[in-house]
Write a protein that binds this ligand. Structure first.
Ligand SMILES: [Zn+2]
Length: 58
């Protein structure tokens, strides 16, 4: 049964497969936010990855 974790950005459920590996990247299917999976003591957590925005020189 896949783990579901709420997206920190939009609140949608992100399905984490059971065979996910520590350090793997997942993304929210709703808003596209990327997360890095960290597994500690069997507990799956998501670390939000900040995408560097391109500097268009405002
Ligand atoms: Zn999201």
């Amino acid at each position: 049964m896949p783990t579901k974790i709420s997206c920190q950005v939009c609140g949608a459920d992100i399905e984490i497969p059971d065979d996910v590996l520590d350090g793997e990247l997942v993304s929210c299917s709703s808003c596209g936010q990327k997360y890095q999976v960290t597994i500690q003591n069997g507990l799956i957590q998501l670390k939000l990855i900040k995408v560097e925005e391109e500097d268009w020189g405002e």
